[in-house]
Design a protein around this ligand. Sequence first.
Ligand code: ADP
Ligand code: MG
Length: 328
Amino acid sequence: MDEFELIRRYFSRAGAERADVDLGVGDDAALLRVPEGVQLVAAVDTIVEGRHFPAGCGAQSIGHRSLAVNLSDMAAMGAAPAWATLALTLPGADAGWLDGFARGFSNLASAHGVALVGGDTTAGPLTVSVQILGHVPRGSALLRGGGKAGDVLAVTGTLGDAGAGLALSTGALEAQGSAAARELVRRFEFPTPRVQFGIAARGIASAAMDISDGLAGDLPKLAAAGGLGATVDVQRLPISDELRHCASPEQSRAWALGAGDDYELLVAVPPGRFGELAARARQLNLRLTAIGELRPGNTVTWTLHGAEFTPPVPGFDHFRRASTQITV
Ligand code: ADP
Ligand code: MG
């Protein structure tokens, strides 16, 4: 299979068909029709074997995650995703692997109405870069820095599941075989980007970001972007029944704070509007949990049972943290 056959077979019609794609895969570049009155929203993320996922990770999961991490960035902006391009570096053209990868990518793209409109395919160590393009009505994007002192800080879904799932799949945590363990692994392999919630939060949330590096690392970034501090009650972090079943409370907390692979959203919302946002989350069958608030100042205080608490140093997850460090 040469490069052209590979592109034709796996990527020429991946994802959704969209009427706003004037020209997709096949020419030198894609031609896309951007609606009136919107801002184009662009993001790119790269995942590398041995750094962002273990060597030997399932191809379908890699296809899914390469797009999910980008959809999560759209969600965090309150943007509607529309088009994606895919730069794929492959050690070889393995048809079984490509089938799985294309299925993972396409299923998630179709589910979100995203069309794959172009890309690049080269030989080399397994690396997947996806660029996503979407849009928001002008002025309605959710930014990190929009929060005010007194705003409620809340997170979607449950935290720590994907961290535990990764530990289960690398053998660092042993609870194999149980339904709970399988669900945690699924949460790592096939995270659900909160795109619909991000769109629903437009005009209600004052700030948002996706938790891609773990709450302990990411929440201070949202606070700092608004020139604020924050307080968080660690006892309130939403922990799933599956995670409780497989790990101690201390270990569950460590993953909830330190592992970022859940791709949940962190939002700030004025206290008078929290109920409205929670109702929107319920309509989407999604939990929204208040965990703290933004405060004046520049420090983030974590408390557990009323006492000050120091989150475990990110790096808890040795495989991922240690190896994603870039030293220059
Ligand atoms: P060029 O020489 O212009 O870089 P390529 O031969 O790399 O073109 O690609 C041919 C067409 O296939 C282009 O439209 C490109 O966008 C698309 N393409 C290449 N690789 C991929 C991929 N992995 N996924 C989707 N489209 C791809
Ligand atoms: Mg090319």
